[in-house]
Design a protein around this ligand. Structure first.
Ligand SMILES: C[S@@+](CC[C@H](N)C(=O)[O-])C[C@H]1O[C@@H](n2cnc3c(N)ncnc32)[C@H](O)[C@@H]1O
Length: 265
């Protein structure tokens, strides 16, 4: 399909925006409006149903990462609250902190969540999500003290980080987790199964693994999708379980689209 440029592009965007606004208006009329669901035009965090994906991950957090209503949770790369929304109905004495490079998303969350939910902006460069970011994520220190959280979530975040940044983020996740705490992170893992699926053209993303531990789907925009060798991950965190995702082209029985990795502090 050819790309649209100039007036056609503007018209195309206006038509899409109108459609999204109409769908939001329909929700309001039908009484389906949830104040923690942002308007569709602000939902930049991926395809799929915003509410269903958040609900799905609440289930993973409880079943795989031992989340309890009293847990303190860190949501790394929290976006516009897709994971925070179900947590708002689940956490009781527990606390929620999230940070992201997208200032608009953090502003929206701050305006819509209760005070106990804390959101921070990190002005970090990411070619896909924040090309004008002024700092590198490679040396970023998460703005929390050591041993602050029972659960750290990285949902579809490491899949957009290059190797030095992903390395740093896994180390920081370990630092802020309490002893006994759990990290739940999604990955595109390179292992025997996924390499075979990639070779057979069955996988949903066309990673081109070379000899190294990292592969990208689009060399022109590597942060669009980054895959890591499973051994690289195991060298950095104490992996407790791996649930292979549907991206490998064998969707039956997969818990999620991406691979789910649970690790302990
Ligand atoms: C696919 S979205 C997922 C958002 C959220 N975790 C969710 O599942 O709804 C990827 C997110 O990572 C954020 N991001 C990219 N680079 C980041 C970085 N270095 N630190 C924190 N967040 C980052 C993006 O702004 C975006 O919100």
């Amino acid at each position: 399909m050819g790309q649209l440029y100039g007036p056609a592009l503007v018209q195309g965007r206006a038509a899409t925006s109108l459609k999204l606004r109409a769908a939001d208006a329909l929700d309001r009329v039908a009484g389906r409006h949830d104040p923690l669901v942002p308007p569709r035009r602000l939902q930049f965090v991926g395809e799929g149903d915003f509410v269903a994906t958040g609900d799905e991950f609440l289930g993973h957090l409880v079943e795989l990462a031992g989340l309890e209503p009293g847990s303190d949770v860190l949501d790394v790369g929290c976006g516009i609250g897709r994971m925070a929304r179900p947590l708002a109905g689940y956490l009781t004495t527990g606390g929620y902190s999230g940070f992201d490079v997208n200032e608009m998303a953090i502003r929206w969350c701050r305006e819509h969540y209760p005070a106990g939910f804390r959101f921070e902006v990190a002005d970090l460069h990411n070619a896909r999500y924040h090309p004008s970011g002024r700092q590198s994520a490679r040396q970023y220190r998460f703005p929390y003290a050591d041993d602050s959280f029972d659960v750290v979530l990285m949902a579809s975040v490491v899949t957009h980080l290059l190797e030095p940044e992903a390395d740093r983020y896994l180390a920081e996740a370990r630092r802020v987790l309490r002893p006994g705490g759990r990290l739940l992170a999604t990955f595109f893992l390179l292992d025997g199964g996924s390499r075979a699926a990639l070779q057979a053209g069955r996988a949903a993303l066309a990673f081109r693994p070379g000899g190294g531990p990292v592969a990208v789907a689009d060399p022109d925009l590597p942060e669009e999708a980054v895959a890591y060798d499973v051994a690289w991950v195991r060298e950095r965190v104490d992996v407790r379980s791996i649930d292979p995702g549907a991206w490998r082209g064998e969707p039956f029985g997969a818990r999620s689209f991406q691979d789910l990795v649970v690790a302990c502090a």
